[in-house]
Ligand binder design. Structure first.
Ligand code: DX5
Ligand code: ZN
Length: 234
């Protein structure tokens, strides 16, 4: 099933509640919460308080995308507010690679398997869906050991931090590889793509295996949300 998850990072914060309700009324499948701590990625977004408000004004599922270096410290907050999906990065414990002045992306050489499994376990034990995600520079193979233990694979098509960035197209190969792995191993995780998604690339993303597309700027800049959803899914 083709799903769409508006990212409220790109919404107008002066009328956030209204925009979330409008997204739900237009047929959005879930709300994507971009939680950024200023360490893992170069921006500070919002946390559990705003996320709780979003849950209060809408009834569709919420997925918390934790772009934080220490997910251990935040998981309980997102369990408490009722986020249906909680996703964290495989690059935790890695290092920032500079992309320019005041811009960086986390990369990882050696994945801390025990730490990742422990976090997945905490989320699943609470009855929520566990998501794992990887930054554009991270090879898809690094995620293989976890694919039979997660509910959601989030593939980043921008370096985390900001809405409205250009789409990085190395994600196409990762979607195809993940969809093939899922089929070959008879697994059930959903594939989500996040960053720079618009009406121009959505069709290809869905057709090669993406189940859920995150849409920030393209969604909130559109003049008619329900028309946008209808178009992007067609
Ligand atoms: C980037 C976030 C994305 C982003 C999506 O750090 O994870 O969810 O806000 O916004 P657009 O669709 O504008 O790239
Ligand atoms: Zn996101």
């Amino acid at each position: 099933m083709r799903k769409i998850a508006p990212s409220i990072l790109a919404a107008d914060f002066s009328r956030l509640g209204e925009q979330i309700r409008a997204a739900q009324n237009a047929g959005a499948d879930m709300i994507h919460l971009d939680i950024i701590d200023g360490h893992f990625a170069p921006n500070i977004s919002f946390g559990a308080a705003i996320s709780k408000m979003s849950k209060a004004v809408s009834s569709i599922p919420h997925d918390a995308h934790l772009m934080v270096t220490e997910p251990e410290n935040y998981i309980d907050d997102f369990l408490k507010i009722g986020a249906e999906y909680i996703t964290f990065h495989i690059e935790i414990g890695g290092r920032p690679e500079m992309l320019g002045e005041r811009r960086w992306v986390y990369v990882i050489d050696k994945v801390d398997e025990r730490r990742i499994l422990n976090l997945i376990g905490r989320i699943r034990k609470a009855g929520r869906k566990a998501g794992l995600t990887l930054n554009p520079p991270t090879e898809i193979e690094k995620i293989h050991p976890f694919l039979d233990k997660i509910d959601l694979l989030l593939l980043m098509s921008v370096n985390p931090g900001f809405a409205g960035q250009g789409f990085i197209d190395n994600v196409y190969g990762k979607i195809e590889a993940a969809a093939t792995f899922r089929r070959d191993h008879k697994l059930g995780f959903e594939i989500m793509v996040d960053g720079g998604v618009d009406l121009g690339n959505a069709k290809r993303l869905y057709s090669i295996g993406a189940d859920i597309l995150v849409s920030g700027s393209s969604f909130f800049k559109s003049s008619n949300y329900s028309e946008f959803i209808e178009k992007i899914k067609s």
